[in-house]
Design a protein around this ligand. Structure first.
Ligand code: C2E
Ligand code: CA
Ligand code: CA
Length: 769
């Protein structure tokens, strides 16, 4: 039987049946030899006894032998031609047939005690006895396996001889009879013993086959489990060498050739935790590990692995089996989640949540130290304007660049985060124990920060100077992270209030101011709806003729609880929050309406213009021109009645767009003036390019002219340059006669200031015309 057949065979049949079948095959295979042996024996005996026995007896005996010999062969050929299935089905029948055959042979041999046993010739008599035993012993293989057959065989084969010997009535034959009996007994015991051995070994063979069979099955199952398991599995020996790996494990690593991995030593792994997990099995423990496993080709692999001891036959740990789960996806999702929860998506630096966590941790850890630490709150100046004029993509790009530059100067222990739009926070953890020294350290830190931004950044092909307003919270011990950030933020707002690009250390009085800023921001929305804004007009006067030629419109806010709020306070906040556009739209409606009534009245018909302040953020809006032209149509006013005041600093950022808009609006008849000239990034060279009509010298110069020679000179040179460019000059903030006189002396044409008039209501303005 080949293996396949054997397998099926074993699956179907019981051990007992297979044992019988085994015996059957064993018997029938040896049958021809047995038959030949018997028949040859019979022939030989006949030849030997030919002299001493009657021929008839020999012929009868030999014929019987021959018949059973033929029958035996017939039986053998039947057996050979029978199918395995039938043999198995009728295993007992076949065995019986076989036993009968053996038994018949036994009878024939038994009959030799009469037919072939001579009366007197002792030698020939002994020959018969010898043959009986010779044949008996040769058949022992068969007889031994079946005790009842053995007994029957002995009965039929030897009892006739023994009886015959006893009946010979001679002491000598009696002795021989006893010897024969003894030999039969010996033979019986040998056969019995032999039989047990045969049966045992046959049984063992079957047991072995059964065991082998189940072992094979087990092995097969193990291998299919090992090879096809949807997890990575490998096993290794006590030297930590990899002995085998499964398909999945190779797939995980993107390795196709098993050989690359086999024999590799785990000791060579860079990750000590991985090595330890594999060593754990030698302490009869299971090892566990979770983390990166980039030891082969796939460097980004994250796994969860467990090792179990692998025992040898003696029960000793001979190595281990490792089961490896690929959790890369899970981890990346988790990491991703952590990233989005704790990191700012745009700049990839920590966000406010992470900052607060780390800050709290820091506060706990540093509770007992005497050192100062500081939290810096940084706000990018004019960032809103960048967004408005260049679009959000450019703004985002700028923020990324800024974050990158700030990150570059960070030391190991600083914590840096983006806490909102253009707002960053930075914790400098260990400063001096002395407040003054700590303060100096912070300032030096900020100084290095500034050097990072000395060179302008590039946005949309334009250069852009970044400046920050920085609030610094210097602290030691027992503060909450929330309070710290709030204080630093407050200080930052304070810094913005003074001048953009400045630094403020927090002082407790500041909190109120910040609160106010925040409430103002909220209240502006309501104020627009509740008509809390109104417009005042401040006359502009021709210096030589001393006559009112126009006025600047200035917005006022009458807050229901806080009273009048200055535009210097709420306009920057409105700009910072972006609500300025909505606010100015509202203001424009009011002013346009006023202008209409003013210019069409008797009093106002000789005015040159009314100035309107425009926030750069609003001005750089793409639809600004259309918006104005709509108002012109709606209120039916002439563009010539209006002069727009714009500040140069904002315009420089998008100079080309600004120039184009100014030109467009000038084509309709509007005029333009540059407000606050002399502050900010003033550059006279731009004057050539900006097609404006008027320069308004900032009031700070005018106010200090009398005591500051520098200011006076600036005023003088602005006036002369203005003349060169054929521009009208308006001096703002004229409070004294001295100032006015000086302006007259240097041939400035127009002024505006408390010396003339303070801003007033439309009706008041109308009344002084
Ligand atoms: P500004 O455009 O430079 O306006 C002139 C400011 O100087 C006004 O303050 C005015 O009242 C004040 N002023 C006039 N003459 C004198 C003087 O002789 N001495 C002193 N010390 N101050 C004088 P105001 O009305 O508080 O406005 C402050 C700022 O608010 C304005 O400065 C302007 O930048 C902004 N603003 C006012 N109205 C509007 C508006 O409708 N739109 C926009 N975008 N900004 C406005
Ligand atoms: Ca103005
Ligand atoms: Ca001004």
């Amino acid at each position: 039987m080949n293996n396949d057949k054997e397998d099926k065979f074993h699956k179907k049949n019981t051990l007992e049946k297979r044992l019988l079948y085994d015996k059957l095959t064993f018997f029938y295979i040896s049958l021809p030899l047995l038959l030949l042996g018997n028949f040859m024996g019979a022939l030989l005996l006949s030849a030997i006894q030919l002299e001493v026995i009657q021929q008839e007896s020999i012929i009868i005996w030999l014929t019987l032998s021959f018949i059973i010999f033929l029958y035996g062969f017939y039986l053998y050929s039947l057996f050979r031609n029978e199918t395995e299935n039938n043999k198995l089905k009728h295993v007992n029948l076949w065995l019986d047939k076989y036993y009968t055959n053996v038994l018949v042979y036994g009878i024939i041999w038994g009959s030799s005690a009469f037919l072939m046993f001579p009366e007197a010739n002792l030698l020939n008599q002994m020959v018969v006895i010898f043959f009986l035993f010779a044949i008996g012993f040769t058949s022992m293989g068969i007889l031994a396996s079946k005790p009842d057959l053995l007994i029957t065989y002995i009965m039929v084969t030897y009892i006739p001889m023994i009886l015959r010997l006893f009946f010979m009535e001679s002491a000598q034959y009696s002795i021989i009879a006893y010897i024969v009996l003894f030999l039969v007994l010996v033979m019986f015991f040998i056969a019995n013993y032999y039989g047990k051995i045969i049966n045992n070994s046959l049984e063992n063979r079957q047991n072995f086959i059964t065991i082998k069979d189940s072992h094979l099955k087990l092995k097969e199952r193990f291998f299919s489990l090992f090879e096809r398991a949807p997890v990575g599995i490998f096993y290794y020996n006590d030297q930590l060498e990899i002995e085998d790996v499964n398909m999945h494990f190779m797939l995980m690593h993107g390795i196709e050739d098993k050989e690359i991995m086999l024999g590799m030593n785990l000791q060579g792994f860079a990750n000590k935790q991985v090595i330890q997990a594999h060593k754990d099995v030698f302490y009869s423990k299971t090892g566990n590990y979770r983390g990166p496993f980039g030891s082969f080709k796939n460097k980004d692999l994250y796994v969860k692995l467990s090792t179990v001891p692998m025992l040898n036959t003696k029960g000793e740990v001979a190595g281990g089996i490792t089961i490896v789960n690929d959790i890369t996806k899970e981890i990346t999702i988790q990491e991703e989640m952590i990233r989005t929860a704790y990191y700012d998506l745009l700049t990839d630096i920590p966000n406010k949540t992470l900052l607060m966590d780390k800050l709290s941790e820091f506060l706990k850890a540093s509770y007992h130290t005497q050192q100062y630490a500081s939290l810096l709150f940084l706000d990018v100046d004019n960032f809103k304007k960048v967004n408005e004029s260049y679009g959000h993509n450019v703004g985002d790009h700028l923020l990324k660049q800024i974050a990158k530059k700030l990150e570059d100067i960070l030391g190991e222990h600083e914590i840096f985060a983006r806490v909102g739009g253009d707002k960053f926070a930075l914790l400098i953890p260990s400063l001096s124990e002395k407040k003054d020294e700590a303060k100096q350290q912070v300032l030096r830190y900020i100084q290095t920060m500034y050097t990072q931004f000395e060179k302008p950044l590039l946005i949309s092909g334009d250069t852009y100077h970044v400046s920050f307003s920085i609030g610094v919270m210097l602290f030691k011990q027992e503060r909450s992270a929330f309070d710290l950030l709030k204080s630093a933020e407050t200080a930052m707002y304070e810094a913005k209030q003074t001048t953009k690009g400045s630094i403020q250390f927090y002082e407790s009085r500041m909190s109120e101011a910040t609160k106010e800023i925040l409430t103002i921001e909220n209240d502006i929305h309501k104020a627009i709806q509740n008509y809390e804004f109104f417009i005042d007009y401040q006359p502009q006067i021709d210096i030589y003729e001393n006559k009112i030629i126009g006025a600047e419109s200035l917005v006022r806010w009458k807050h229901p609880t806080k009273g009048l709020i200055s535009p210097s306070k709420f306009i920057p906040i409105a700009e910072e929050s972006g609500i300025i556009i909505k606010l100015e739209e509202y203001i424009f409606h009011a002013i346009f309406k006023n202008i209409k009534s003013l210019f069409e009245s008797n009093e106002g018909k000789n005015l040159q213009h009314i100035s309107i302040n425009v926030s750069t953020i609003h001005f750089l809006q793409p639809n600004f021109v259309d918006k104005i032209m709509q108002l012109v149509q709606q209120y039916k006013i002439q563009p010539e009645w209006i002069e727009f005041e714009i500040t140069e600093s904002g315009l420089m950022r998008n100079i080309n767009d600004a120039i184009k808009k100014i030109k467009d609006l000038k084509n309709f008849g509007f005029t333009f003036s540059i407000d606050d000239f002399g502050t900010g990034y003033s550059s006279l060279s731009y004057l050539k390019e900006l097609p404006v009509d008027t320069i308004k010298i900032d009031q700070s110069f005018i106010l200090h002219m009398h005591k500051n020679k520098g200011d006076a000179m600036i005023v003088e040179s602005v006036v002369s340059i203005g003349k060169k460019f054929n521009l009208k000059i308006v001096a703002e903030g004229v409070e004294t006669i001295e100032a006015l006189d000086y302006l007259k002396k240097i041939q400035c044409t127009t002024y505006q200031g408390y010396f003339g008039y303070k801003p007033m209501s439309l009706d008041d303005f109308r009344s002084i015309l």
